[in-house]
Design a protein around this ligand. Structure first.
Ligand code: 1HN
Length: 365
């Protein structure tokens, strides 16, 4: 009798099902685990490290602006935006949770009012005092570097009363809501192109200062048709002037974080703590020295506010300059190497992982 060589045997042969069992499974839309396990977690190839140079983005948004007035866009999302797509097989966003886009509004134009389930924020790139995003009844000026929230289900329109084209970064949790959770986006257009301005400028910020009403203006919790136990994020503007001052104070007085440099988180003004939204967290990072490598399962998306440098992701070197956008995929070992001083806007879906006790981070051995 010859010796059996188990390694030559296809393990699936041992798992041959009888015709009866096979037809029982198939007629009831059932499959054994060993036949589906290779498909678990393989819906896409995964994110790739990727960079979009500002020069290219600028040329693209200029072209779109030349060709298409906002008023000509079909009803729906009437927004003139160029959307970076991750090369790992994504045809609608830079990642499978967070979407970013670069939007323009020409002088005199309005991007009409609507509201939706996804949370959004704007980070002003070429802004001005007279470029206003109107959110929940208040006009928020968008000066360079200002970050303005558009919480879920709040009306918002963008009105450019300046004489220059305004450009900003939109960040939304759309792919998480629409694709990963595979749910429908609740969406509504306002009956008016511009929602009525019902609050004076500074109203929302004033309600979340150090002296604040005992009953928040948003009492009753989460707006719209949604429920949950996370504190709603109010409409809010973080002025770049304030954020930069905080960064400078940290750099003068504190030790840098080994992975993030001098870093500050944008807090939810209602709680005083990050994350800014239950689905997305944001930080401003001042880098002066090379950081230590680490990796984590949350995705990191960066917008370069100032300076130049390289972010090493595995074997790749993403060389960035001012206004470039880049993405560090999940579980990729990465570190930053600024050329002199640089400031990044860091965006991450880490709060989604933390909500479910799934966040993991480590340094390479
Ligand atoms: C949206 O409402 C805006 O309000 C920008 O500016 C981009 C992308 C998808 C869905 C809604 C905006 C968007 C969006």
């Amino acid at each position: 009798m010859g010796q059996q060589e188990p390694q030559e045997q296809d393990p699936e042969d041992l798992l041959e099902l009888s015709d009866d069992t096979r037809s029982l499974l198939e007629s009831n839309d059932l499959r054994p685990l060993w036949e589906v396990e290779d498909d678990l977690g393989n819906e896409s190839e995964g994110l790739e490290a990727d960079i979009w140079k500002w020069e290219d983005i600028q040329a693209a948004i200029d072209g779109i602006e030349r060709d298409v007035p906002i008023a000509d866009l079909p009803p729906g999302f009437q927004r003139r935006v160029a959307v970076p797509l991750n090369t790992g097989g994504y045809d609608n966003a830079i990642s499978n949770t967070i979407y970013v886009g670069v939007q323009t509004v020409s002088p005199g134009e309005t991007a009409p009012s609507h509201r939706h389930s996804a949370n959004a924020l704007r980070f002003a790139i070429d802004g001005s005092e007279d470029m206003k995003t109107v959110v929940a009844g208040e006009e928020f000026p968008m000066k360079d570097g200002d970050l303005v929230t558009t919480p879920q289900w709040e009306w918002h329109d963008h009105v450019n009363d300046s004489d220059e084209t305004a450009t900003w970064l939109d960040v939304l949790d759309l792919p998480l809501v629409l694709d990963s959770l595979n749910t429908r986006q609740a969406f509504e257009n306002h009956e008016l192109e511009r929602q009525p301005v019902t609050k004076s400028q500074g109203y929302w910020e004033s309600q979340y200062g150090r002296a604040r009403p005992e009953e928040q203006a948003q009492e009753g919790g989460i707006p719209g048709p949604f429920q949950g136990d996370r504190e709603a994020t109010p409409p809010y503007r973080f002025s770049w002037q304030d954020t930069l001052q905080t960064l400078r104070q940290r750099a003068e007085n504190d030790e840098p974080d080994p992975h993030d440099g001098y870093s500050v988180s944008y807090v939810n003004p209602a709680t005083g703590s990050p994350p800014l939204f239950p689905t997305m967290s944001f930080r401003a990072q001042l880098l002066q020295e090379e950081t230590d490598p680490h990796f984590h399962n949350a995705v990191d998306i960066y917008f370069v506010i100032e300076g130049e440098g390289v972010t090493h992701v595995g074997d790749e070197a993403l060389e960035w300059g001012e206004r470039d956008i880049f993405v560090v995929p999940r579980d990729a070992i990465h570190h930053h190497e600024p050329d002199g001083e640089a400031i990044l806007l860091g965006m991450t879906d880490r709060p989604v992982f933390e909500s479910f006790n799934l966040y993991a981070e480590a340094e390479p051995q």
